[in-house]
Design a protein around this ligand. Structure first.
Ligand code: GLN
Length: 214
C-alpha cells in the first residue's frame, strides 16, 4: 500500500511540528497553502496558531470554501487548538464564519491570562490507558456539544478538551509538541479504517448478488 498523503494547513502557526510527526509515522506530509494542494489528500490537519489570522488567510486564498466542501463529503480533518476553533460551528456565543465541521460551541482563551499556558496529563480512552501529555497554549475549551459529537477527552474538572464528529476531530491542546505520536497514529488509523470500508462496501449491488447473499 502506498503511503498515506496528509495535508497540513501551512498558513500560520505550528504546522512544521505536525509535518514532523506525520513523517515519523511514514506518511507523506504536504503543506497546504492553496485549494489545489488539497487534491489527492487522504486527510488534513489544521494546526494551532491564531484562529482569527488562520481564518482570514483561508478566506483570502479560497481555502475555506474548498475545505468546507470536502468536510461535507466526509473528508477526515483534525484541528488542534486554533484549528479546532476554525472547525467549530459556534465560537464565544456567535455563529462562526469558519468551516462548520464540528457542531460544538468553543470558548477561546478559556484559561485566563495568568494560567493561559499549562501542561497536564489527561485521559484519552481512544489512545489507551496511558495518560497523554496535554500542552495547552492559550487554549480553547469546548463548552457544549451537539448531537452526533463524541467527547474524546475531558480535564479532571470535567471541561471538554477533545471531540470527534464523524471524520472530524478537534482538540484544545498541541499533540504535535510532544514526542508521543499516539494522537497522529489514531488519525491515520481512522483514515485507513474508513478507506478499507469504502473499498469493500459495494457501491451498488445487483438484485442477483443480493439474492445470493441472503
Ligand atoms: N488563542 C488562540 C486563538 O484563539 C489559539 C491558541 C493556539 O492555537 N495555541 O486562536
Amino acid at each position: 500500500m502506498s503511503a498515506m498523503r496528509i495535508g497540513v494547513l501551512a498558513l500560520q502557526g505550528a504546522f512544521r511540528e505536525h509535518i514532523q510527526a506525520l513523517v515519523r509515522l511514514g506518511a507523506d506530509a504536504v503543506e497546504v497553502r492553496r485549494p489545489r494542494d488539497l487534491d489527492g489528500l487522504d486527510g488534513l490537519i489544521i494546526p494551532g496558531g491564531e484562529s482569527t489570522t488562520i481564518r482570514l488567510l483561508m478566506a483570502e486564498y479560497g481555502l475555506d470554501d474548498a475545505i468546507r466542501e470536502r468536510i461535507g463529503s466526509g473528508f477526515p480533518v483534525v484541528g488542534t487548538c486554533a484549528g479546532m476553533i476554525v472547525l467549530a460551528k459556534h465560537v464565544d456565543d456567535e455563529a462562526s464564519p469558519g468551516l462548520n465541521g464540528l457542531d460544538v460551541q468553543v470558548h477561546r482563551n478559556a484559561f485566563g491570562r495568568q494560567v493561559d499556558s499549562f501542561e497536564e496529563d489527561i485521559a484519552i480512552p481512544a489512545l489507551g490507558d496511558t495518560l497523554f501529555h496535554g500542552v495547552f497554549i492559550r487554549a480553547p475549551i469546548v463548552e457544549s456539544v451537539g448531537p452526533g459529537v463524541e467527547v474524546l477527552a475531558k480535564l479532571p474538572d470535567g471541561r471538554i478538551v477533545a471531540v470527534r464528529q464523524g471524520s472530524v476531530i478537534g482538540v484544545s491542546f498541541h499533540p504535535e509538541l510532544t514526542d508521543d505520536d499516539r494522537f497522529h497514529r489514531l488519525f491515520l488509523s481512522l483514515i485507513a479504517a474508513r478507506e478499507t470500508t469504502a473499498s469493500t462496501t459495494p457501491v451498488c449491488s445487483s438484485p442477483t448478488a443480493v439474492g445470493e447473499v441472503r
